[in-house]
Design a protein around this ligand. Sequence first.
Ligand code: NAD
Ligand code: ZN
Ligand code: ZN
Length: 348
Amino acid sequence: MKALRLMDWKSSPELVEVADPTPGPGEVVVRIGGAGACHSDLHLMHDFEPGLLPWNPPFTLGHENAGWVHAVGDGVTRVQPGQAVAVYGPWGCGTCARCSLGIENYCENPLDAPVAGGGGGLGLDGGMAEYLLVPDARQVVPLPEGLEPVTAAGLTDAGLTPYHAINRSRHLLTPDATIVAIGVGGLGHVGVQIAKALGAAQVVAVDMKQEALDLAVAVGADHTVMSGESAADEIRALTGGRGADVVVDFVGATPTVELARAVARPMSDVTIVGIGGGDVPFSFFSQGYEVNLATTYWGTRPELVELLTLAARGVVRVEHTVYSLDDAAQAYVDLEAGKVRGRAVVVP
Ligand code: NAD
Ligand code: ZN
Ligand code: ZN
C-alpha cells in the first residue's frame, strides 16, 4: 500500500510503498476512512530538533484517524470486521493508574507503551495510508449511528484536544463568563463549538486571519477579535472590563500567550494547547491572582466517547476539506499556507 511517511526530522514527507499490516494477537487493522492533517505534523517536519521527542522517524504520518475494522488478531472480541470506528490516538501502557481510567494521554509508564509518549503517526505508523495497525483493540472506539469515518477522523484530535482542554474549566463556564479561544483553525473552530456545548459562557474567538474569524462565527462564536495590539483592550471591553474566565490558546506563540495572560481575570484558567514555541515569564506579578496556567496534551478515551456522542447528535462538527492520499503532501502545504478551512482530511 502507499503511505505518506516522515523519513527524517526537518524534512518533507514522502509518499512511498510499504507492506500492508497484518494484526497480531490483540491487534486490529483499520481500513482508513479519514486521516486528519494536524499542525503538529508541521512542527515534526520543521521545528523539532532530533532528541526532543522520545521517538524518531521514519514512520507514516496521520495521528487523527477513523475507518472500518479490516482484520482482527487472535483474541479480539470487542470489534468485528466491517465496523466503523474512531482510533483513540495516545497509546499508553494500558495498565498504569492513569491508563486504567482511560487517561492514556498521561500514561505513567511510557516505556511500557507501544511507543513512549506517542502513537500511530507519532513514532509509529499512522493513518496516512490505506491501512493502520492499532496495537490494542481497546484503542478503537465504535462510531455511534450517524457518524461517518471521514467526519469522525478530526474528532479524535482536532476535537478531543479542545474537549479535554475546555472540560477542565467547565465549572467556570457560567452564564456571566467569557471564554476566549485564540487561533480558530483545525482545533480552535471545534473548541468554539465545544465551549458553546459545555457551558453558557460567551465565546470570543481570536485569529490573525479573517477567514478563520468568519468560520468561528459560522460555528457559533459570539464575538471575534483580530489579533494585534488592540486585541486585549477589545476582549476586556467585551467582558465589561473584568477580563476572561477561561482562555484557551490554540497557537502557543509568545504574543498569544501574552494576550492570554493579559486578558485573564483573577481566578481564571489559561490553557496552552498550541505548540508555537512561545515563552513568557511566570512570576508573582506576571498575571492576575490565582490565574491557573496549564498546558494540556490530547484527551482521554472516555472524553472521546462523549465527544463522538455530541457529534453524532449534530452539536459539534469538524469542518473539513477532503484530499486523496496522492494529494496528502499538498494538504500539509495548504495547511502551512493557512489555506485550509477547518481541517484537511486525507481519504485514501
Ligand atoms: P491550524 O493551522 O489548523 O490552526 C492554527 C490557527 O491559528 C490558524 O487559524 C491561524 O491563523 C491561527 N494563528 C496563528 N498564529 C496566530 C496568532 N499569532 N494570533 C492569532 N491566531 C493565530 O493548527 P491546528 O492543527 O489547529 O493546531 C494548533 C496548534 O495546536 C499547533 O501548534 C499544534 O501543534 C497544536 N496541537 C496541540 C495538541 C495538544 O495535545 N496540546 C494537539 C493537537 C495540536
Ligand atoms: Zn495533532
Ligand atoms: Zn499507562
